[in-house]
Design a protein around this ligand. Structure first.
Ligand SMILES: NC(=O)c1ccc[n+]([C@@H]2O[C@H](COP(=O)([O-])OP(=O)(O)OC[C@H]3O[C@@H](n4cnc5c(N)ncnc54)[C@H](O)[C@@H]3O)[C@@H](O)[C@H]2O)c1
Length: 400
């Protein structure tokens, strides 16, 4: 008897329709083993400079490199230690020197395999080497799949007299292709999976404000995600694939409508910063921990965003724009993710506001925050009243 072939699970493809900078984000299993032919389809050059997160299981990167070689690519590799303190100009310079030693020309691709730190630095290298060479992103964390690899923001942190400033130096540089191999998440820690889920909750809270979002209950994506949080945290790959493809589609819609975050109104790409102005202000405070355990300090980016979502929800309530029960639902969702929703050891309100004022989102000296305003909708608020910002900070603070 002939055994029927196992039906192949088809990949999800999200097209980011940016005219001459358009590209596909492909989401599915075992995509790293197809890196070679898929890259050959979108670039002309056949020398690949591969920048790899040094923490990845060897089998993952070996499969990707073998696929490139069998598609005729000559490969040079460099590794990156993924940490915020290593996402620097120095790392960028080291990588630029390494690329310059290969005979890469303008058609030859840089390929990033790793989380958001690797992708942001590699993207910046690609944006600046020879004034821009193609980059293929292969994100290997949930956060990088649903967020960092899509939309073309690249960059590094900068140490300034007032401390480390996140993503202060960078460039917009859209990739030629994004391959999100869901199988690569198998080795990711639950803590990092959780950090990615925070960005998914954020997308759920703004999805109905996005251009071209289908009509229907505005909080559909938020509810879908919250209801499945436990299974998602356990790494259910089919659910993760669906989650990633949906979140990429949400992000892509915002990016296509306002590629460079230039919209001056209350919407546009800036809505993707929900939770980030509060989040960035606490992310670089070294002693903060997501669960009260000192050995878990500092916060990861996605964890800081999760606390920032709680702050933004209560700031929205204080503004009279977001219902109290909905704000409570955001807190409950964050707790369901396995995080505390209040932090121990937060500095004074004044210190946090000062840190928020240094955020890149500040324009003309005016603070801008994003607050949720209803089921799945959000708005940019410029120069929010002080008591509104304090209500947000207070919502993150542990009560004595
Ligand atoms: N460019 C953008 O639009 C954008 C958007 C959101 C976040 N970011 C940036 O992304 C960064 C955070 O990204 P992240 O959360 O992916 O952090 P990360 O890159 O530091 O990765 C998290 C950890 O997981 C490890 N890792 C990566 N893939 C793995 C795998 N498959 N198996 C096992 N371990 C793995 C890494 O070595 C690291 O220790 C921040 O710097 C943030 O500013 C950028």
């Amino acid at each position: 008897m002939k055994i029927p072939a196992m039906p192949e699970r088809s990949h999800h493809v999200v097209h980011v329709g940016l005219a001459d900078r358009a590209y596909d984000v492909v989401v599915g299993e075992q995509l790293l083993t197809e890196l070679g032919p898929r890259t050959a389809d979108v670039v002309r050059g056949r020398r690949a400079f591969v920048i790899v997160d040094d923490n990845l299981p060897k089998a993952l990167t070996d499969g990707a490199l073998a696929s490139l070689e069998s598609s005729g690519f000559t490969i040079a590799t460099a590794s990156v230690k993924a940490s915020e303190s290593n996402k620097t100009i120095d790392t960028t310079a080291r990588l630029l020197h390494a690329v310059a030693q290969t005979r890469q020309d303008r058609d030859d691709p840089i390929i990033a395999i790793g989380g958001g730190v690797t992708g942001d630095v590699a993207g910046f290298v690609a944006a600046t080497y020879r004034r821009g060479v193609p980059i293929v992103h292969c994100p290997t964390t949930l956060l990088a799949m649903v967020d960092a690899s899509v939309g073309g923001k690249t960059g590094v942190n900068l140490m300034t007299p007032t401390g480390l400033k996140k993503n202060l130096v960078g460039a917009f540089w859209q990739p030629a292709l994004v391959l999100a191999d869901v199988a690569s998440l198998a080795s990711l820690s639950e803590r990092h999976l959780r950090a990615g889920l925070a960005e998914c909750l954020k997308h759920g809270l703004i999805a109905a404000s996005g251009p071209g979002q289908p009509a229907g209950p505005g909080d559909e994506l938020f509810r879908w995600t919250v209801e499945r949080l436990i299974k998602l945290r356990m790494g259910d790959s089919e659910l993760l694939e669906e989650l990633i493809a949906t979140n990429v589609a949400v992000k892509a819609a915002f990016v296509v409508s306002d590629e460079r975050e230039e919209s001056r109104g209350t919407g546009g790409r800036a809505l993707l910063n929900l939770g980030h102005t509060f989040g960035h202000a606490i992310e670089t405070i070294p002693h903060l921990t997501p669960d009260g355990r000192p050995d878990n300090a500092p916060l990861h980016h996605g964890e800081a965003v999760a606390f920032g979502l709680v702050a933004a929800a209560y700031a929205g309530e204080a503004l009279g724009r977001f219902d109290g029960t909905q704000a409570e639902a955001v807190r409950v969702a964050v707790e369901r993710m396995g995080l505390e929703s209040r932090l121990m050891g937060l500095p004074s309100d004044e210190a946090i506001v000062e840190a928020m004022m240094h955020d890149k989102k500040v324009r003309g000296g005016r603070l801008r925050i994003v607050v949720p305003t209803g089921p799945g909708t959000a708005e940019v608020v410029e120069s929010p009243p002080e008591d509104v910002v304090r209500a947000g900070i207070d919502a993150m603070r542990i009560r004595r």
